[in-house]
Write a protein that binds this ligand. Structure first.
Ligand code: ATP
Ligand code: MG
Length: 891
């Protein structure tokens, strides 16, 4: 057999199955589309599920792919076994109710023995114990001797996942020879060691598992196979493990170079090198498919892998950031098979660098704290780290648990896992109780009376269709003297109460959209509905202020939603959907909503993105939203099955749980919707009602999360008016027409600069003149020219300059200048070196002067500065200075 390269094997496989009538499809994204059951694609068949279930018609009944896969459950094996990576490519061929066992088994054999030229006696197929059909095809049709065939049980060779399609598999193992074995006399196919390496799994989906545990044969039987590309290459190239195959080896070598480490010398070092190689491969591919680091879901998988790679880098002694250098090689080696890597290279590198930097900060802080914990534990003779402390490290500092575990293990300590779990649970319970309390109380955070909490019925919301509705008062709640809410039967003019009705058109604050407000009327009664909240049971709690009459429990009333406010809120809410779509168009599909706030006067939208938007990007987003507003697209809402909504491609909030029935808001016509989102809010019916959107700001809220604030409708108009007023005021002050304003401002700024320069030079001339005058009037004492004087200057800098100039004019000179600024005195003293030799000490001179004026200070013999508080003592201070100089010169 030839030592084929990884890229050659990929091509040989795909073209082999093309020759057997298969359609070659490109790898699907690692991010599953419309499949909430998994975080990341983990096998070739996963993205093809709709074809297997019949939900969608496949483009061909025979398909072949090379699929990027991520398997985080294998993470602990990575680097330790020869055959596991978190990232690998799976070669696969699939039959959707077309061919079955008697075709695929001989083909698989043909591919292994004829295309790859693997020696037949090294190949060991396994079959499911009860699958006589597969066994006899291997034995009788292919001709594999019985001592090379193994029957294995359900755990190994039966593929099933809950109820639904399932079936036996047949796995092909390659015997790499006893030198790779574990040495155990029982070592054979199915052993966990790396001698018999499983490289291809043929799954025969022929049953449907029913809820009662029975299996019924499927009318349309499917084939789904998967062969690990790196594993095949590892066998073909006769290397030890999948990190040593040609392309991967180049990445591994780069890691070694960067770390200055030698591969194959030390077991622990080798594991670290392989882990980094693997994790940089998986993260580069994930980021290229739009995953961003975060604290949940696949974002967390990415973050964990990046952090682990960085941590292993530290173990190898790498002190600075290095992951992007390795990622660059990953891009280089895979760009032909995956061209998106090259297109997104800068983006990928930015994401990795930012995460690595952030993690470096976390580690620095956390490692120090952890070292203290470890030292304490050792001192106290403990064998495990206190779970609560470990939790605190995790919770407060974001220090990953697996990292703590690894560091602790290096120090021979375990982690008190039950203690950690219970600390985590305690914190979750508190958090849950807190949110419950928040939704369970309505009015100024007050508890609802227990009697009311017993009634778990929800208020009927009629506000999607109506702005006015009649309702019955079910409960009235009023604060008692202690401020606790109590159930009352009536409320009077001037009272503010919480009212609960059987039905209401008022939207309660929820899902990021703020409350409606409005009015309540009945015979002889008028009241304002100030705001509405919802409790955990779904009761709408209206805060009502009575302006006239009496409100009684049981009474029928009319509820009127403030139409303008509702419309303004709807403008902002619908625009939020348009904004999300525009952000995805301009910035890319990695943009996900991470929060929003919609009120009647503005909107706020938080989203995932790794850097600030440029001016051009902001303009492009704003332009796009405004174009859609002007296009006057219809906005419709419908309630449908969650499954159907997902099929339509409606965007759901990531990580949010939805019920079976969801409400979907569509902008544009159904067939070709501009935006489709899961949403319970109240919306416009046409985009043009929004009038226009103006983005006010774009800022960062957390690492990887940005925030846009914007206004629409009236607020956008008000904004334009106030901008115009500012502009008018500016024009009036500069006495310039608007079209000349910018030119005029630039001109004025230039003029001011020129004048400032002129002023500075005049001041210099002036102070030079003053200095010359002072120097000329110097009194010569014992051979030293002495100047002690007060002058007028703007600040301490100017005083220093003046003193410099005076001193420079003197051959043997001592100068003390004083000035008054802001009601205080400032002093500078200077002396030439020759004067210093003759006994002058500027520091001592200035100390005396400052002391006299109620201040302090000192300095060097040649130069000193000080201040004094009492400006009235100027003359005395000068006198003191003069006397000190005289004393120093002995006169
Ligand atoms: P193992 O028992 O060795 O972990 P598996 O039974 O999990 O393998 P399958 O789920 O049958 O493997 O996947 C099909 C093929 O994908 C395997 O035969 C193997 O070639 C490859 N494969 C599976 N997991 C990995 C991995 N972590 N790294 C590299 N290749 C893998
Ligand atoms: Mg596995």
């Amino acid at each position: 057999m030839q030592p084929l390269g990884l890229n050659e094997i990929r091509e040989k496989y795909l073209s082999f199955f093309e020759s057997k009538g298969h359609l070659r499809l490109p790898s699907f994204s690692l991010v599953p589309q419309n499949d909430p059951s998994i975080l990341l694609i983990n096998a070739g068949m996963t993205p093809l599920k709709p074809y297997f279930t019949g939900a969608q018609t496949p483009p061909s009944l025979r398909v072949t792919t090379c699929q990027k896969c991520i398997r985080t459950p294998d993470i602990e094996n990575v680097g330790h076994t020869a055959r596991h990576g978190t990232y690998f490519e799976m070669l696969g061929n699939f039959s959707f109710g077309d061919y079955f066992k008697k075709e695929i088994i001989p083909w698989a054999w043909e591919f292994c023995t004829e295309v790859l030229e693997m020696p037949a006696d090294r190949l060991y197929p396994s079959v499911y114990v009860e699958d006589d059909e597969a066994y006899s095809i291997w034995r009788d049709v292919v001709g594999v001797p019985e001592d090379h065939l193994t029957r294995l049980g359900k755990a190994d060779n039966f593929w099933e996942h809950g109820t639904g399609p399932c079936g036996p598999c047949s796995e092909i193992y390659y015997d790499r020879g006893p030198e790779y074995g574990c040495g155990s006399p029982d070592c054979k196919v199915g052993c966990e060691c790396d001698r018999f390496i499983e490289f291809w799994n043929l799954v025969f989906t022929q049953f449907s598992r029913e809820a009662d545990g029975t299996y019924t044969p499927l009318a349309k039987k499917n084939i789904d196979t998967g062969a690990g590309l790196e594993r095949v290459a590892c066998i073909m190239q006769g290397v030890d493990n999948l990190f040593e195959v040609d392309t991967v080896r180049k990445i591994l070598d780069t890691v070694c170079n960067r770390a200055g480490a030698e591969y194959g010398k030390d077991k622990k070092t080798d594991v670290a090198i392989r882990v980094i190689t693997d994790h940089v491969r998986s993260t580069t591919m994930m980021i290229s498919d739009g995953v961003l680091p975060s604290n949940e879901g696949r974002g967390y998988v990415l973050r964990r892998l990046l952090r682990r790679a960085s941590r292993y880098g530290r173990l190898l002694g790498i002190k600075d950031l290095f992951l992007t250098e390795i990622a660059a090689i990953v891009v280089e080696l895979n760009k032909e098979a995956y061209p998106a890597l090259l297109e997104k290279q800068t983006y990928i590198m930015t994401v990795i660098r930012k995460e690595e930097e952030a993690f470096a900060r976390t580690v620095e802080q956390g490692t120090e704290i952890l070292a203290e914990y470890i030292a304490d534990a050792k001192k106290n003779g403990e064998t495990a780290l206190n779970g609560e402390l470990v939790f605190r490290l995790h919770d407060t500092y974001g220090f990953p648990l697996d990292l703590t575990r690894e560091i602790a293990e290096d120090e021979g300590l375990k982690i008190d896992e039950p203690g950690f779990q219970s600390a985590m649970k305690a914190q979750r319970d508190t958090a849950r109780a807190a949110t419950k309390a928040k939704t369970g109380t309505a009015w100024g955070g007050k508890e609802l009376p227990a009697e009311l909490l017993k009634d778990t019925s929800a208020t009927r919301f009629s506000g999607y269709d109506k702005l006015i509705d009649s309702a019955k008062v079910l409960y009235l709640l009023k604060e008692d003297e202690e401020g606790a809410l109590q159930i009352v039967t009536e409320a009077f003019k001037g009272d503010t109460v919480v009212a609960i009705f059987d039905t209401t058109p008022f939207y309660a604050t929820s899902g990021g959209q703020m409350t409606d407000s409005g009015a309540l009327t009945a015979d002889g009664l008028t009241a304002r509905v100030e705001s509405v909240d919802k409790d955990a049971a779904g009761k709408f709690l209206h805060t009502v202020s009575i302006t006239e009459g009496v409100l009684r429990a049981g009474q029928p009333v009319n509820l009127h939603v403030d139409k303008n406010r509702r419309l303004s809120t709807a403008r902002n809410h619908t625009s939020t959907h348009l904004l999300q779509k525009a952000l995805r168009s301009v910035l890319g599909d990695h943009v996900e909503q991470s929060g929003s706030l919609v009120s009647s006067d503005r909107l706020r939208f938080d989203y995932t993105h790794y850097r600030p938007m440029s001016e051009e990007e902001i303009r492009a987003v704003e332009d796009m939203v405004n174009r859609v507003i002007l296009e006057d697209l219809t906005v419709t809402t419908r309630v449908m099955k969650q499954e159907d909504a997902r099929k339509l491609g409606a965007m759901a909030l990531f990580g949010e749980k939805y019920g079976d029935e969801v409400r979907v808001v569509t902008v544009g016509d159904d067939k070709n919707a501009y935006s489709l989102e899961f949403c319970g809010g109240t919306h416009l019916t046409h985009t043009s009602q929004a009038s226009q959107l103006r983005i006010l700001s774009e800022t960062g809220v957390a690492s990887g999360i940005r925030r846009i604030e914007a206004v629409t409708g009236e607020a956008a108009y008000e904004l334009a008016k106030s901008e115009k007023a500012t502009l008018d005021a500016a024009c009036a002050s500069l006495k310039t027409p608007e079209d000349q304003l910018v030119r005029k401002i630039r001109q004025t700024v230039a003029d001011i600069k020129a004048l400032e320069k002129e002023l500075a030079s005049m001041q210099e001339q002036k102070s030079a003149g003053v200095a010359a005058e002072l120097a000329a009037k110097a009194e010569v004492l014992n051979g030293v020219s002495v100047v002690v004087s007060a002058i007028t200057v703007a600040d301490a800098d100017a005083l220093r300059t003046a003193a410099d100039q005076v001193r420079d004019r003197l051959t043997d000179g001592a100068v003390l200048l004083a000035a008054e600024t802001d009601g205080k005195l400032i002093f500078v003293a200077m002396a030439t070196p020759s004067a210093v030799k003759k006994g002058i000490h500027s520091g001592n001179i200035i100390r005396e002067a400052a002391k006299t004026a109620g201040g302090g200070g000192g300095g060097r013999p040649d130069m000193a500065q000080a201040g004094g508080k009492d400006a009235s003592k100027l003359a005395d201070a000068l006198e003191a200075a003069k006397n000190t100089i005289k004393a120093q010169l002995g006169v």
